[in-house]
Ligand binder design. Structure first.
Ligand SMILES: [Zn+2]
Length: 246
């Protein structure tokens, strides 16, 4: 039992640190910057951050969300992504325990989190991260099945997008959304994939209505639908069966 708590603490700390790296990806990839060099600096005053300015969550809290040098405020996105990534990893560990497969699932969801933030901020879905999430989702003992599911998921969403585009006479789904669908299908399989799409669509209704004419990024909803379905897969499948067959 104590042993399990120790692992949980480690996963939380690694989750925070990896969340910190996700923040680097979220900032640098859409701006076409090298992700490893140079080390982090304040975007306002360009001062290099010392290691103790860079401790996930803790530094942001101690510095009161301000740069240590110029006191300009540091986005709430930084601690938010760090904490959210740690919580996602913890939830996956709590539900499925620790195995080499779950580590790749964690990585896939982390990249989906980065993609969600980039889609929210820039209305863009970088291919490099998109394919990284898919590859992590495919690395598991049932590789062939996952690959087949990914292909069916991608083709399915492509057809939905194609038909919708023809009917609405505008682009309904981007190429990026189709790769995200492949990742979802690889992670979830069928029919859980459809449950995730349905949950994503339900959650997306409110912001879509509020936004009216402006674009609503869809990746955050797909990612959230996928996470909920992944965590509660067996419960949701039983629920859906009960709905269909009474
Ligand atoms: Zn500064």
């Amino acid at each position: 039992m104590e042993y399990k708590i120790l692992i949980a603490v480690f996963i939380f700390l690694f989750g925070l640190s990896f969340g910190s790296f996700l923040n680097v990806l979220i900032y640098r990839i859409p701006n076409n910057l090298n992700i490893l060099y140079p080390p982090s600096s304040c975007p306002n005053c360009n001062n290099k951050l010392k290691w103790y300015h860079n401790i996930p969550l803790v530094s942001w809290l101690i510095l009161g969300g301000k740069c240590a040098y110029c006191k300009s405020s540091i986005s709430f996105q930084y601690p938010f992504v760090e904490l959210l990534n740690a919580i996602i990893w913890e939830a996956l560990f709590y539900k499925y325990g620790l195995s080499w497969q779950i580590i790749f699932v964690m990585l896939s969801f982390s990249i989906l989190l980065a993609l969600s933030m980039i889609d929210l901020k820039y209305y863009a879905i970088p291919d490099s991260l998109n394919y990284a999430a898919l590859i992590f989702a495919l690395i598991n003992p049932n590789f062939i099945t996952s690959l087949k599911d990914a292909a069916i998921g991608a083709l399915g969403l492509f057809l939905v997008g194609f038909i919708t585009s023809k009917l609405a006479k505008k682009d309904a789904l981007g190429e990026g959304d189709i790769i995200v669908a492949a990742t979802m299908a690889a992670l979830l399989g069928f029919p859980a994939f459809f449950i995730a799409l349905f949950i994503a669509a339900i959650i997306a209704i409110i912001p879509s209505l509020l936004a009216k004419d402006t674009m609503v990024p869809f990746v955050p909803f797909l990612a959230l639908g996928t996470l909920i379905t992944y965590l509660f897969k067996s419960e949701l499948l039983i629920f859906v069966k009960a709905l269909m067959y009474g």
